[in-house]
Write a protein that binds this ligand. Structure first.
Ligand code: HEM
Length: 145
């Protein structure tokens, strides 16, 4: 499924990711751009403005957790579906997250990377990373069947 070049590209991009800050940024953008996603995080307090989200310690901690799961998937590129099977089931059967939102969060992560890496994030690198996001979203959506 992956060429050696694609694997190297994904690893090199991921090496530049800060799980904590970039996780906070990506999850925060999701909450602001798609405000209905705030409803899943009823215990997180005020999520209604950019400054509230930026200063929210729960968003910070949860963003790190989400990127930690993506980090785990990146370390198991040949087996992403299995690696995320339990997490997918949890989002489907316990959290009731609409799987459309996985793609939205993936898009937010691409935006965070593009703004962070600038011209280094070439269209070719982006295309490879988008392929990874597609695989990630498919794996997380698998448990909904
Ligand atoms: C919990 C990963 C997308 C809603 C979690 C946890 C992880 C995770 C690792 C913690 C599980 C645990 O502690 O047992 C991911 C990944 C995502 C993703 C990798 C996609 C790229 C989403 C989206 C939503 C969402 C899009 C909603 C819009 C939640 C909620 C929890 C959770 C509500 C429980 C939070 C809490 O109360 O602590 N997710 N998630 N997730 N996720 Fe996701």
């Amino acid at each position: 499924q992956w060429t050696a070049e694609e694997k190297a590209t994904i690893a090199s991009i991921w090496a530049k990711v800060d799980l904590e800050n970039d996780g906070h940024d990506a999850l925060g953008r999701l909450l602001l751009v798609y405000p209905w996603t705030q409803r899943y995080f009823g215990t997180f307090g005020n999520l209604s403005t950019a400054s509230a989200v930026a200063g929210n310690a729960k968003v910070h901690a949860h963003g790190k957790k989400v990127l930690g799961a993506i980090d785990n998937a990146i370390h198991h590129l040949d087996n992403v579906k299995q690696t995320l099977a339990a997490l997918s089931k949890q989002h489907a059967d316990e959290l009731y997250v609409d799987p459309e939102n996985f793609k939205r969060l993936g898009d937010m992560l691409i935006i965070v990377l593009a703004s962070k890496l600038g011209s280094e994030f070439t269209p070719k690198l982006q295309a490879t990373f988008e392929k990874f996001i597609d695989v990630l979203v498919a794996a997380l959506s698998h448990g909904y069947n």
